[in-house]
Design a protein around this ligand. Sequence first.
Ligand code: PMP
Length: 273
Amino acid sequence: MPLEQGRVSVLDRGFIFGDGVYEVIPVYSRRPFRLAEHLRRLQYSLDQIKLATPHDEAAWTRLIGELIARNAGEDQYLYLQVTRGPAKRDHAFPQQVTPTVFMMSTPLAPPDPVLKASGVTAITAVDNRWLRCDIKSISLLPNVLLRQLAVEAGAMEAVLLRDGFLTEGAASNIFVVKAGALYAPPKDHLMLAGITYDVVVELARQDGMPVHIRPIAEAEVRAADELWLTSSTREVLPITALDGQAVGTGRPGPLFQRMDALYQAYKATTMRG
Ligand code: PMP
C-alpha cells in the first residue's frame, strides 16, 4: 500500500517500548545485496529479544522479492522491522504475541561522489549506549542523540569511544588504517556486526591487505592515516577530519581508493547475479 496509508496500533510495543528489531537491506539492479547475511542477522536480533520469527527464510525472501517488484527503481533500500505487536501496556511480554511486520522501500542513490572525493567530517563522542549494541534494536534514542551531536557540530558522524576504545559510529562501523594495514574492532556486544563491515574485511583479505581485528585505543583513532565509515546505504566513506583535526593528510587515502574500487566491483558482480 502507499506508505502514508500504513497504520499501526498506538498500543504496539514498538511504539510504546521500542520493543522490536529491524534491518536495512540495499537492493542493486533489483537484487537484494547480501540477503542471506541480512536475514541471518535479523534472526539473531529476534532470538536475542526472544521474539519468534513470523516468517521463515523462504517467506522473507518471497516478501522481499515482492516488495522490490512492486516499487520503481533499480536501486532501492528496504527497511524491515518486526515488533512484539499490540498488547495492553505492561513491560513483561504478553501471553499472546502477534508481531507487527513493517517493510518499506525507498529509492537508493549511490553516495555522492563529492563525499568520496573530499571525505566527510566526524566528531568523537562518549558511547553512552547500553551493553547490547549487537542487537539491531529499534530503540535508537541514544544513537539519535549522538548523531544529532554530530550534525550540530557540522559533522556527518559521531565516532564512539567507550572506556578509551573505539566501538563504532552512531549509525555506521569505523575502520582505521595505519602504515598500510587495516584495523577494526572485534564484533562483540558493544557494536553492531555490520554487513558492510564483513564485506570490507573479506575484500581486504582477498586483496592481500593486512587486516587486524582487535580493540583499538582512542590514541590510535586520533593517529590514524585513514579513517573510514561503513554502512549499507553509505557503503565505504573516508573520514578526513575528526574533531576538527585532519585525519592523515586530510584527503581520502590510497587504501580507501583501493577499497572503494574493490567494493564497487563486488557490487557489480552481485548485480549480475
Ligand atoms: N552500526 C550501527 C549503530 C548502525 O546503525 C549501522 C547501520 N546503519 C551499522 C553499524 C552498519 O551496519 P550495516 O553495514 O549492516 O549497514
